[in-house]
Design a protein around this ligand. Structure first.
Ligand code: KMH
Ligand code: ZN
Length: 278
């Protein structure tokens, strides 16, 4: 099997700092988190930005500061959100793409999100993809529901999206597809040929789905965006969640990818390295 790519979704948009003291709210804290998570085994960081008081922001200068801190303190692949926070306009969500991160997310369809609606119509998806194309940013396709894969295939058929891409299954959002092994297997079998994939289980489903993905040859996303607990009642730090997955993968005989190895696996760039034996 290929080495395991671990992505850390370190901060997200829906949590407040009152829920956990471990949220990396400032660019400096994101940089420090990147360094700790890289040491723990992460290859990629999924980035949302907050103001100092924890409010969500799409401010391009704030994303630029975060990018610069993360790059100063790690060699992680930097993946910006374009999902942003519920209620942001598409212009706000896509604005930071002009900074040219290596990757950014593209959620492939509208989905209920708790009591709210996370809107991703075809015009919204086309608009975000156009901005990604303009700035040379590679999409990671976020799949919250089974129909989202069909939407990605539709975008490919019309020529808006090139395939294969890296796909992240976000399972267990209230309003999206449940985080079951059966659903994950169904989604993996429905993937377009050549796509790589990872899974992000929400809440208590994060760890079990990560272990299943390690066994299946997929990749894993962990982090506070999706789950704030290490165990029942015990708040987690991002690097602890990464370290646990790295440890379990190693125990299962699957080594962890460095960021440059992940770049090769995700066909991000010619890093000049080859994937050798462990
Ligand atoms: N904040 C959620 C509504 C993404 O980053 O691309 C959507 C989200 C997805 O977090
Ligand atoms: Zn996100």
């Amino acid at each position: 099997m290929d080495p395991l790519i671990i992505t850390v979704a370190a901060v997200g948009a829906e949590l407040s700092p009152e829920q956990t003291p471990h949220l990396p709210v400032t660019p400096l804290a994101l940089g420090q988190t990147a360094a700790l998570c890289r040491a723990a085994g992460a290859a990629m960081i999924h980035v949302h930005c907050r103001e100092d008081d924890g409010r969500n922001t799409s401010d391009v200068a704030r994303f630029a500061a975060a990018l610069s801190e993360i790059r100063a303190q790690s060699d992680l692949i930097v993946q910006f959100t374009t999902g942003g926070a519920i209620g942001m306009t598409v212009e706000e969500r896509a604005g930071p793409l002009r900074l040219g991160p290596e990757m950014a997310t593209l959620t492939c369809g509208t989905v209920n999100f708790g009591d709210e609606v996370f809107e991703n119509s075809f015009p919204i998806m086309r608009g975000i993809l156009a901005e990604m194309g303009r700035y040379g940013v590679r999409p990671e396709l976020e799949i919250f529901d089974a129909g989202h894969l069909s939407n990605a295939k539709r975008l490919a058929a019309e020529g808006t999206l090139s395939l294969p891409q890296h796909v992240d299954f976000v399972l267990g959002v209230p309003g999206g597809l449940d985080a079951s092994v059966r659903n994950l297997v169904y989604l993996v079998e429905a993937l377009p040929p050549g796509c790589t994939w990872s899974v992000a289980g929400i809440g208590r489903d994060q760890l079990p789905l990560a272990v299943v993905a390690i066994a299946m040859g997929g990749h894993v996303r962990v982090g506070l965006e999706d789950n704030i607990y290490y165990s029942k009642g015990r708040l987690a730090r991002n690097d602890e969640l990464v370290a646990r997955v790295a440890r379990i993968a190693t125990e299962m005989g699957r080594r962890v990818a460095t960021p440059d190895e992940a770049r090769v696996l995700l066909r991000l760039a010619n890093t000049g390295i080859a994937l050798g034996a462990p």
